[in-house]
Design a protein around this ligand. Sequence first.
Ligand SMILES: [Cu+2]
Length: 146
Amino acid sequence: MKNLIFVALPLLVAGSAAQAKAAPASLKWGAAPPSLPSGAQMAVVSGDPTKKGKFVVELKMPADYAVPPHWHPTNETLKLLSGKLHYAMTDKIDMAKAKTLTPGHGVTMKAKMHHWVHAPAPATVQISGMGPFAITYVNPKDDPRH
Ligand SMILES: [Cu+2]
């Protein structure tokens, strides 16, 4: 019995350390950059999306939030952390062509590939790629910076 306790304790410690790494408690949330439609919150997990190099951010989208058709100069990898996310690689938002991500699942949008996303209910998505993060809207009228 004594031996079992000595074996179990380090496992517990290792387990909680891994959990802390997966879900940083100290994320600093703020309004998403003006290149994204207003209403979303963003937090940097690692790196700096405005600089050269690898970055990871999380984006919290409210219900019925969409990022209209757009593309990036580099690959963008999305991983859904919570909620539900519709997406497709088309030039117009077309729910009939949408695929659905559920938590734990992801997709990589290749550089320059046109795509859009829509959250029917509040969703949190992890976005990773190589900075600097840039976004060009297929239809300039969709660009919230304009
Ligand atoms: Cu994108």
